[in-house]
Design a protein around this ligand. Structure first.
Ligand SMILES: Nc1ncnc2c1ncn2[C@@H]1O[C@H](COP(=O)(O)OP(=O)(O)O)[C@@H](O)[C@H]1O
Ligand SMILES: [Mg+2]
Length: 590
């Protein structure tokens, strides 16, 4: 004897009912959808005890012949589709022929119906899936279905129903949604003899909305058509308090759906404009060709599948964004990173004044290393970087390598790391890097010098002339070799290796002026510092200067070794930092 046997029709129906019929509201939905499919212009819903005791749905639609009425209660009997092709573009709510037999299998069920061309109507009674009677009755045109004692004899299922009040709310919500989708159909909902909803047929969705929700100046209208998809309806507007939490009624081709793609598009559209409410009130009607959406993916047809999901997402999102009138991104706020250098007015290298370099300035380890590496990428983790990171435990964004993306106006390097976006002033950054390098070199002795083929003669203001000659020894450490050339002229025989002859001259002129202020009281250390700053400034890349990728990488790598010093030797900021947090906050992602 085999162990497999066919389930009885009743049992099969009860199992189906478990999928289709969850609670009174789902019965109401199935019955009302049948009435809509039958072309009803008025649908009257009556419930008792939240629908647990009784659900009655009456319509003035096409009705059924006696034969059809009996067939309607058989499983998989439907008048709405005939072939597999029909499934591809379903225009009706029903198509599976499951609802009536399923509902009848878990209740005391009465169907009364009369078609337009029939004199008499048909009444069929079913008790928990067992046919009790079929008889001819006098009946108005259309169909009436009564579902009494839902889940009687099924305590396990009845147990899951909520209190009468809560079930009534659900029925009312479902009815409201159906009424919203079909303004041309009149709806009434009565519960325990009380009229909960009364919507005569109207000419527009707007009028229906008013019947259901009253005047709602807090909602804005959505209207968009793109790529064969139309999106209309009303959504919460943005007030100072942000949109309020509210019902989310989403319809696709007049079918109420819970769809993740659309839900996500709603959240995104609102989150661009406001972070306040993740579940704002929306009443959205999405229409598209029926073949673009598969409704046959869920037992209660609450979920659908779009052929082009991302397109639907985009159109819905844009529709709402446009309605909210806030499509442009909010202005991002740039904040300079918290400085960890001394205030700009303070000496940049206080240790130098005391004759001692701060411990983080580590002289280069390889004596033969060129003082200023060529633009070829420098190793990111030089000994200097290690020392710097050890000495900078409070560096706000650690010492992550910055990845240069490009330049803005040939002046600023845009760079990113995992924790933020940095805008780096290329000149100031390079200046900072060179300054530290120069200071490092000085601790080891002197900078590399290049002898000029033709000595340069420089005419200077008298004071500057005297000052430069007075600082000859210091300038010599940088690689400058000067001598008086009579009057106010100086003769320059050699310059620092990192400066071009032109830049050397410009630097010397500025040094003449700059050092003048130090003339009497300035220490040797201060003098060196000023010379270093000006040397670095003239050796650094300029603003309005296109940089190769390698050069940018080099500057950022070098900058990293200075623990991302936040100000240049003259106190100007090196970079502006847009933290990940700030970016996410502005895009409403947190
Ligand atoms: N209110 C109604 N008016 C007219 N015909 C109806 C009505 N309700 C159901 N029917 C008929 O009964 C059939 C079965 O209904 P149902 O079990 O809900 O399956 P489906 O709606 O998927 O076809 C329908 O195809 C329709 O022909
Ligand atoms: Mg149906």
């Amino acid at each position: 004897m085999g162990r497999i046997h066919r389930l009885s029709a009743e049992l099969a129906n009860q199992i189906a009912a478990g999928e289709v019929v969850e609670r009174p509201a789902s019965v109401v939905k199935e019955l009302v959808e049948n009435a809509i499919d039958a072309g009803a212009s008025r649908i009257a819903i009556t419930i008792e005890q939240g629908g647990k005791r009784l659900i009655r749905v009456e319509d003035d639609g096409d009705g059924m012949s006696p034969e059809d009425a009996e067939l309607a209660l058989a499983r998989h009997a439907t008048s709405k589709i005939a072939s597999a092709e029909d499934l591809a573009a379903i225009l009706t709510h029903g198509f599976r022929g499951e609802a009536l037999p399923a509902i009848a299998s878990v209740s005391h069920f009465v169907l009364r119906t009369r078609a337009a061309d029939a004199i008499a109507g048909t009444e069929i009674r079913v008790n928990a899936g067992t046919l009790a009677s079929v008889r001819e009755v006098a009946a108005p045109l259309g169909t009436s279905v009564e579902v009494a004692d839902l889940f009687y004899g099924l305590p396990a299922r009845r147990k899951f129903l909520k209190a009468d009040g809560a079930e009534t709310v659900q029925v009312s919500r479902t009815t409201t949604q159906l009424a919203l989708a079909y303004p041309e159909i009149g709806f009434t909902l009565a519960s325990g003899g009380r009229m909960l909803l009364q919507c005569p047929p109207v000419g527009s969705r707007r009028d229906r909305f008013f019947q259901l929700y009253g005047d709602r100046p807090d909602l804005v209208e959505v209207a968009k058509e793109a790529a064969g998809i139309s999106v209309s309806g009303l959504v919460a507007s943005l007030t100072d308090q942000g949109p309020k939490r509210g019902p989310q009624n989403v319809f696709v081709n007049r079918r109420i759906v819970k769809d993740r793609t659309i839900a996500h598009a709603i959240v995104e559209a609102f989150s661009v404009a406001s972070v306040k409410e993740r579940s704002p009130e929306v009443h959205l009607f999405v229409e598209m060709p029926p073949e673009e959406v598969d409704v046959n993916v869920h037992p209660t047809k609450a979920e659908v599948r779009f052929r082009n999901q991302s397109l639907v997402h985009e159109v819905v999102k844009r529709a709402i964004s446009e309605a909210l009138g806030k499509t442009s991104a909010p202005e991002l706020q740039l904040q300079p990173p918290p400085p960890f250098q001394p205030a700009p007015s303070a000496p940049a290298f206080p240790g130098l004044i005391a004759g001692v370099f701060p411990s983080r300035w580590v002289p280069p380890t390889r004596a033969d290393e060129a003082p200023f590496p060529s633009p070829s990428p420098a190793p990111a983790h030089g000994p200097g970087a290690v020392a710097a990171s050890a000495a900078m435990p409070d560096a706000p964004w650690g010492l992550r390598p910055l990845i240069p993306l490009g330049q803005f106006r040939d002046t600023f390097i845009i760079a990113v790391d995992d924790e933020g976006i940095s805008i780096i002033d290329q000149h100031v950054a390079h200046e900072r890097v060179l300054f530290e390098r120069v200071m490092e070199r000085l601790t080891a002795g002197r900078l590399e010098s290049q002898r000029l083929l033709e000595p340069l003669v420089l005419e200077l203001p008298a004071a500057a002339h005297d000052v430069l000659l007075a600082r000859q020894a210091e300038l010599d450490r940088f690689g400058f070799e000067l001598a008086s050339f009579g009057g106010r002229s100086v003769r320059v025989a050699a310059v620092p290796a990192l400066l071009s002859p032109d830049e050397s001259i410009a630097a010397l002129r500025e040094m003449g002026e700059d050092l003048e202020g130090l003339n009497r009281g300035g220490t040797v250390g201060e003098g060196l510092q000023r010379i270093a700053a000006l040397t670095a400034c003239h050796a650094a890349v300029k603003a309005n200067c296109p940089l190769t990728q390698e050069k940018m990488v080099h500057i950022l790598d070098e900058l990293r070794k200075t623990a991302y010093s936040s100000v240049c030797p003259h106190g100007r900021p090196v970079m502006l930092r847009l933290t990940r947090r700030e970016v996410e906050r502005n895009f409403q992602r947190i």
